[in-house]
Design a protein around this ligand. Structure first.
Ligand code: ADP
Length: 657
């Protein structure tokens, strides 16, 4: 174990200084069972990555609604599902005209040909099938009852949500509803409404906990241990107070090795937001450790001291990301986001300017209080601008904006891959298999900084990004009032409305229906772009910890626990045949006690005693290291997983020991 730690520390030192779907349809308003398009058209398609998809994943994917398909029109992954459907919808009337023309001319026609990334998918469908589908689609659109949304707990999202629901011609229940709704919009957490057993909730259980600064740093660090190069977009971080010694020793060594180096660090309290309690330091001795008699839980992080500047100001990007589903994983990114500007010209950190928050922190909630904050109704000036206006400006300066976007997409996918394993444990605890519950989706707010060399850096992920469409304005000295903010409205209404469109239960229920309802047709094209599974091929190899989490959940059983007891841990060892004469069951118990004790001190708000996922992952790494000594960590883990999952092949029964 200690070898592994040394190895990780050395790696760290080296890099220092471098820059279940339920539809929720109720009898009172049930949609008539319209016989919609029984047979999908026969399609020839290539390039689909299904290598990892489980049967269930495939089933779910094939149930995706029309809206998904439109949004992933360029997907190399789903030539079949996305492009064809989108094109079918768009081309139906054209095809009809063409067919009529050909019938008149007596010629033979190819009824549909869709182009995607250089590949062609040929649609062969009969006139009757198409006509029936079209008519059925229109009938469905006419007959469908409006989707119902419970907005009673929406809090500060309410304004943008109301506008979105109105645009979609859906039905809002502002005070909640006696019977179930299709969608529940929560302002804070999955648990804002208790006892939801159907429909969809816009929060995942455990997301708040998972994205707190310490937990998130831990999850990313595990990935950095396995894939250091892939995860170099997250600044090096230490968890306080438990890693104070490592932090201080490593910084001292760095300074001793190169006396010209004087790195800066940013300290962020664990539960903090909006810049609260954040400060910069240049020496470990400057840490403010105590809050009363308690040691403060915080993350101390390498400060990125060369950010990209616009108009001499530091800025960061707020990007909206939708996790549409966790099983199978589906991620969408909003094409439009916000950029938040500092209000004091940037200078590299020095002892003199460390406390200048308007120079170093981009938080809107701080900078609004600066006399220099510029309110603007325009999207490309002021202290808050749209992302597209900033990218446009960078493109005009010759920046390769496409590359920046693709780096950002990659950062988002990798980050989600890092947090999904533990989220699955939370999900399993709240909605164990067999218990009725809603499905979940969630909009996350990614805060991203561009470095001077245009490399994106992840600052944090917000589980509850502000969806307010007003901003505070100082109307008299010291008097603030909320006034409408056109920039926020433009971006946030688009994100909420299009999230709802993607989650539309009726569309999801009718995957073969290629015809947009008249209401849908009047709306702008989706601002959310599918990035996963679109790019799954490039990222699937990173999902190792998720497989460990799968194993962990399997041994947790179905009681809704989040922690493994000693007996379950022993069962895991026995089932996977990991003990032998060199590693006896007594050593297994010692390992369990040792790791669990350490982690129970580290994880303050643990719900129950036992071994949590992060501790289990540490134990797993240790066991993998023992077993496959000569391999690199990621191969050790991959080989160990193969070994542990071996018994699942065949008839899914553990090997007898
Ligand atoms: P909060 O949740 O309190 O907003 P953040 O992690 O977003 O905390 O940090 C607040 C601000 O501090 C960011 O918006 C950014 O401007 C700045 N910041 C955070 N981390 C770094 C870093 N590692 N390097 C440079 N600036 C940072």
């Amino acid at each position: 174990m200690s070898d592994h730690y040394v190895q990780v520390m050395v790696q760290q030192m080296k890099s220092l200084g471098e820059d279940a779907e339920k539809e929720g349809v109720h009898s009172e308003e049930q949609v008539p069972a319209t016989p919609v398009s029984p047979d999908p058209p026969s399609i020839t398609a290539t390039g689909r990555d299904e290598s990892r998809a489980s049967d269930q994943s495939r089933k779910n994917r094939s149930r995706l609604g029309r809206a998904d398909r439109i949004s992933c029109g360029n997907s190399d992954l789903s030539l079949y599902s996305s492009v064809v459907s989108a094109h079918v919808a768009k081309n139906l009337s054209r095809l009809e005209q063409e067919r009529n023309a050909n019938v008149r001319g007596g010629g033979k026609i190819l009824q549909g040909k869709s182009e995607t990334n250089g590949n062609y998918a040929t649609i062969q469908t009969s006139k009757n099938t198409q006509d029936t589908r079209r008519e059925d689609g229109i009938q469905l659109a006419r007959r469908r009852r409006p989707v119902t949304v419970d907005t009673a707990k929406a809090k500060t999202s309410l304004e943008a949500l109301k506008i979105s629901i109105k645009q979609l011609k859906w039905k809002e229940f502002p005070l909640g509803r006696r019977t179930a709704c299709d969608i529940y919009w929560h302002g804070v957490s999955f648990h804002d409404n208790e006892n939801i057993i159907s429909g969809q909730v816009n929060k995942f259980p455990g997301m708040i906990e998972m994205l707190r600064k310490i937990n998130m740093s831990r999850a990313v660090r595990t990935m950095q241990d396995l894939f250091p190069e892939e995860y170099d977009f997250y600044p090096r971080s230490w968890i306080l107070p438990e890693e104070y010694q490592q932090f201080s020793t490593q910084i001292r060594m760095v300074k001793e090795n190169d006396t010209t180096l004087n790195p800066t660090f940013i300290v962020k309290p664990d539960g903090g937001s909006q810049g609260d309690g954040i400060y910069l330091i240049r020496d470990p001795s400057d840490l403010k450790f105590m809050a009363g008699s308690q040691a403060k839980q915080a993350v101390v992080q390498e400060y990125i001291n060369k950010p990209l500047l616009i108009d001499k100001l530091k800025f960061d990007i707020r990007l909206y990301v939708l996790i549409k589903s966790m099983e199978p994983l589906e991620i969408y990114i909003a094409k439009e986001g916000l950029t938040r500007f500092c209000t004091e010209p940037y200078q590299e950190p020095s002892q003199k300017n460390l406390s200048h928050v308007f120079m170093h922190l981009t938080n809107y909630s701080l900078n609004i209080h600066s006399g220099n904050f510029v309110h603007s109704d325009s999207q490309n000036t002021g202290s808050k601008r749209t992302l597209s206006s900033v990218l446009y400006r960078l493109a005009a300066k010759g920046v390769d904006v496409k590359k920046v976007w693709s780096d950002i997409i990659s950062l988002v996918i990798k980050t989600v891959i890092a947090v999904v394993p533990e989220l699955k444990v939370y999900y399993h605890a709240d909605i164990p298999p067999g218990k009725p519950g809603p499905t979940c989706f969630q909009i996350l707010g990614f805060d991203i900084l561009l470095m001077k060399n245009l490399k994106p850096v992840l600052l944090e992920v917000n589980s509850n990004p502000s969806m307010r469409i007003e901003h505070e304005q100082e109307v008299a000295p010291g008097v603030f009032k909320y006034v409408p903010s056109p920039v926020d409205k433009e971006v946030k209404v688009g994100v909420i409305r299009d999230t709802l469109r993607l989650m539309d239960p009726v569309q999801r229920q009718k995957p073969c229906n290629p015809v947009a309802s008249p209401d849908e047709e009047a709306l702008p094209s989706l601002c959310l772009k599918q990035v996963y599974p679109k790019y799954a091929k490039q990222f699937n190899y990173l999902r190792l910890v998720e497989r460990i989490a799968g194993l962990f959940i399997r041994f947790l059983g179905v009681k809704g626990n989040m922690r493994l007891g000693p007996t379950a841990f022993r069962t895991f060892i026995r089932t996977c045949k990991l003990s032998n004469s060199n590693f006896t069951m007594a050593s297994v118990d010692i390992l369990y006690i040792d790791i669990t004790r350490r982690w129970s001190g580290a994880v303050a708000d643990s719900r129950e005693a036992g071994m949590g996922l992060q501790a289990f992952v540490e134990a797993f790494f240790f066991l993998a290291g023992r077993r496959f000594k000569t391999l690199a960590l990621r191969q050790q883990v991959a080989s160990m997983l193969e070994l542990c999952l071996e018994w699942r092949s065949g008839n899914d029964r553990p090997r007898t020991t």
